[in-house]
Design a protein around this ligand. Sequence first.
Ligand SMILES: [Zn+2]
Length: 64
Amino acid sequence: MRKRFIAGAICRHCQAKDTLALWKESGVEVVECVKCGDQMREADKQVQSAVRKDEQIIGVFTPE
Ligand SMILES: [Zn+2]
């Protein structure tokens, strides 16, 4: 599944920047920090703010 990175987004857990990947899983937006593995789901308000505010996507990768 393709994942997109969110520009300027900061991980709430490890405070790393530009490490949040976004993808859809069963129609639900999931954001995961590729550095510490912290996950947020669409239901979480933090996803809304992270995604809506920083809609600019800086990259796409396809995991093996
Ligand atoms: Zn993190």
